[in-house]
Design a protein around this ligand. Structure first.
Ligand SMILES: [Zn+2]
Length: 155
């Protein structure tokens, strides 16, 4: 009996990848969904003036996780204030354009009929997790106060 991975590999080796403008639909749908969600959040509330207890770690311990301030960061980016976005979550602020570049590269490769493995290698994954953990540790240290998100709630 062959493993599912081996069967899948055999199947993918026999079929040619589709190509053409229709291959842009999935990447465009992902980009449109993300943009729609971000704009909807932008229109519904101001995360700088509304306390949204989304983070369990922050709620229970007061510590900032790597994602704390992400909504405020996206909100600031959409408002055209990249410095405020960086101030609230530098990790997310730098990840958004990189993810956008990756999505565009993936869309171009798909339209040309080239396969792209969207899952990063274990090494890349370890480096990304290491960066996120380091960022989480640093933003909770007093000397790196500028990495912690800001809020105008109650201020
Ligand atoms: Zn958090």
């Amino acid at each position: 009996m062959t493993s599912p991975a081996r069967q899948e590999h055999g199947t993918t080796a026999l079929t040619a990848p589709a190509r053409g403008p229709r291959q842009l639909l999935l990447p465009l749908a992902i980009i449109a969904s993300g943009a729609t969600l971000a704009i909807a959040v932008q229109l519904v509330f101001d995360p700088f003036r509304t306390h949204i207890p989304l983070c369990v770690l922050n709620h229970l311990t007061g510590l900032e996780c790597p994602g704390c301030g992400a909504i405020r960061s996206v909100h600031a980016l959409l408002a055209g204030d990249p410095l405020l976005a960086l101030r609230n979550n530098a990790l997310v602020t730098t990840a958004i354009p990189l993810a956008g570049i990756g999505l565009v590269a993936w869309a171009v490769r798909r339209s040309r009929g080239l396969r792209t493995n969207l899952l990063p290698s274990n090494t890349v994954l370890l480096v990304l997790v290491g960066i996120a953990v380091l960022y989480a540790v640093l933003r909770n240290l007093p000397m790196f106060w500028f990495l912690a998100p800001i809020s105008y709630v109650g201020g």
